[in-house]
Design a protein around this ligand. Sequence first.
Ligand code: ADP
Ligand code: MG
Ligand code: ZN
Length: 476
Amino acid sequence: MFETVIGLEVHVQLNTKTKLFCACPTSFAEHQNINTCPTCLALPGALPVVNKEAAIKAMRFGYAINADVNHRSTFDRKSYFYPDSPMAYQITQLHKAIVQNGELFIDLEDGSQKRIGITQAHLEADAGKNMHEGAISKVDLNRAGTPLLEIVSQPDMRSADEAVAYLKKLHATVRYLDISDANMQEGSFRCDVNVSIRPKGQEAYGTRVEIKNINSFRFVAQAIAYEVQRQTEAYEDGVYDQEVYQETRLWDVAKGVTKSMRGKEEAADYRYFPDPDLRALIVTDEMIDEAKKMPELPDAKVKRYIEELGTKKEDALVITANKEMAYYFEEMLKHGATPKTAVTWLTSELLGRLNKASISIENSPVDAKTLGELISKIEDDTISGKGAKDVLDFMMENESRDINAIIDQLGLVQVSDDGAILAIIDEILANNQEKVAEYKSGKDKLFGFFVGQVMKVSKGSANPGKVNDLLKQRLD
Ligand code: ADP
Ligand code: MG
Ligand code: ZN
């Protein structure tokens, strides 16, 4: 029996206005190589200057994960030759990172939390992009010098599920902090997965392989499963030492396998040395104050929803899994929904409809204020739950957000007036005298029949609670 050991390195592109060491914009550019300057093109004599906004965003991440935020950190050069890197080195933080010794908690199936250690998070400059068109290759340096925060975990995960839970929590956290848009398809949240196995009970770690640049949570899980199987088979076949060695592999999406890309460079291959052009990054009190401006994070929200709103833990975890959903929920509460109804209407009614239409919550055609108001119409008995669903369906397809007008238009106003409901009840009892007699002689099940008839005659508009009460009065 083997145990899986996983450590993750995640590159998060920080959403600063300008690049890490120059004033070039990081925004989308219409053409290649226009967001460039002598510094990010590595022209001789151009000097880098650290971007304060990037430092503050890295620090904010540090405070969010209970890490040490170093008031003095330094930059190093990591040498490698590749056309997308005009400097022929990457500026990174090897010797003293801005953030060290953090932690993130993931929620396990059984309801408990597990701590995943974060060794460090360091600032580094992104490379440009090589573009291959047939026999010609071109280089676009618009992205060169964009700030990245590389977040390195401890080898603390023991399954693909734990690795994915960690990635999702990290993804949500950087989005709550608003330090990155963390769009995986566009490459602003990229992940390298380190995987090894060891016989259960053995303390020493096995040999790890690194799988580079996987861009979806699903592929992470698949790549880990494949790699664990490959390593386990090698072990069982007695060829572990030959087939599992420290190397970099790639996930081949089409074939569903990992493939060798290159032997892992040793640190010496990169010839790391302190960047002589950059002085140490010293943080000021003002930067610390700015970095500590912290939104409420998912763990704190879950706790507050459970303790103050009476939300069930599973629901609180679903709602806080991304910030848009949590903000939507809180906005509904501000507009008249009670927590319990808001949970159901958000997680099943709205999300159900959005998922069907492949729309994300940010782009929901019905906003939280409108949904909150709609729910308050159920709570004050203006319409039934069924009626509210009809209104929501209507709004998913139409522009109007005038809830009262829609309720009128669809004829959904709920009848709660005793007199009107009693009139219907009396009519139905009069038309079904045999059934009334059977009911009175003990056939209790017929009660449901009478309720059904009243709802039918009222075309669903009668308040079901009222119908129950009044029917009981009349029959007993
Ligand atoms: P390097 O500097 O060579 O990239 P690190 O020590 O920084 O190596 O580790 C890189 C990543 O690999 C970290 O996320 C770490 O948790 C993970 N890791 C280290 N050893 C193992 C192992 N035996 N199995 C799985 N992951 C590992
Ligand atoms: Mg590393
Ligand atoms: Zn530049």
